[in-house]
Ligand binder design. Structure first.
Ligand code: AMP
Ligand code: MG
Length: 331
């Protein structure tokens, strides 16, 4: 199958809609990462997503809709704080997990009685979703477990030959996947940290907890149990206060003839040779925007990536650290 990369216009949108209605997958930009979209109402189309990505069959998908879409046709939202969250953060990088009305393919939620719904803020994502005007199931548009894509080229590198169309909206500025927040209970529970932090949600809803799976308990967000976001090169992971040890590891591996890169926050960059450094940036939002692009640069340029953990500072940093540890520390 030939994979076309097209800018978004009337012609590419019409193609995208036709492909979706035929059960094919179409990649599209969002403010977080590129999504691999398919018609959420169709079993066969949703199965296609899992097949194209090589995604485990028990890791449910997020349904994407445009801001004008009537979400209440898909889900129940009995909790009084849900409207406040929607008013404060949507459209945007916050996915809410509701009780499902069962109106989309059961394969979207892998048989769970809940449905994850997101309303992206990216203008091209909204244009695409408005044009097709159906609920679009979409995980990140990468090979399962690989680094998430933040450009059309990244999608192409992972999925060319497997999907017919990538809608190109330029680089994603959010850079990490949406916050996933369960709103089925008396207070919201963050299942996956992201650009809308637990603290931000708590400030609107009054209370918000981070989900911690208990020993032996069935995982509430099945995606959490998989290794993820990993670059193709080998990785070494160092704690925030272990920059000296990271430097020694760099020197040792360079002496052994390896091509090495060091991923670290801006304040640590001068501790390493400039040509080896992949500078994540200074604040959490900047690091989120740069993380996946730099992981992909590392796997192209290096045999070994040495990651030095940025200091934890709460907020959006929680999401950045979660991705970085899963990518480089084998968590
Ligand atoms: P991805 O599409 O790759 O960004 O991953 C989607 C994330 O949302 C995964 O961590 C899923 O486990 C989570 N998710 C999707 N649907 C549900 C749901 N119904 N309940 C809990 N978590 C969900
Ligand atoms: Mg993903």
């Amino acid at each position: 199958m030939q994979t076309n990369i097209l800018a978004m216009d009337e012609n590419s949108l019409a193609q995208a809609k036709q492909l979706l209605l035929q059960g094919e997958c179409v990649a599209f930009p969002t403010e977080t990462v590129y999504g691999l979209g398919a018609d959420a109402r169709s079993d066969a189309a949703v199965e296609n997503i899992y097949r194209v990505k090589g995604r485990p069959q028990d890791n449910p998908l997020i349904v994407h809709v445009h801001p004008g879409y009537d979400i209440s046709s898909l889900v129940f939202d009995e909790q009084p704080y849900v409207r406040k969250l929607r008013d404060a953060f949507l459209p945007g990088p916050l996915t809410l997990v509701y009780r499902s009305r069962g109106k989309v393919s059961a394969k979207v939620s892998c048989g769970l009685d809940t449905l994850a719904v997101r309303v992206p803020s990216h203008p091209d994502a909204q244009r695409f979703l408005r044009y097709v005007d159906i609920p679009v199931a979409a995980p990140s548009a990468n090979r399962s477990k690989h680094v998430s894509p933040v450009s059309a080229r990244h999608v192409y590198d992972d999925l060319h030959g497997k999907i017919p169309l990538i809608l190109d909206g330029g680089p994603c500025t959010g850079g990490i996947e949406s916050t996933v927040c369960d709103v089925t209970g008396p207070y919201p529970v963050v299942l996956r940290a992201g650009l809308v932090s637990r603290e931000m949600i708590a400030s609107v809803a009054g209370r918000c907890e981070a989900y911690v799976p208990k020993e032996g308990e069935q995982v509430r967000s099945p995606g959490m149990k998989y290794k993820h976001y990993a670059p193709a090169c080998a990785t070494l992971y160092f704690a925030a206060d272990a920059a000296e040890a990271a430097r020694a590891a760099l020197e040792e591996n360079v002496r052994a003839g390896k091509r090495v890169r060091v991923l670290c926050e801006h304040t640590l960059a001068q501790k390493f040779p400039a040509e080896a450094v992949l500078d994540l940036g200074a604040d959490a939002e900047e690091m989120a925007e740069n993380l996946y692009r730099l992981l992909r640069e590392a796997e192209e340029a290096a045999d070994l990536l040495i990651a030095v953990e940025p200091a934890e500072r709460g907020g959006v940093m929680t999401g950045v650290l979660n991705r970085l540890r899963k990518a480089c520390a084998g968590e």
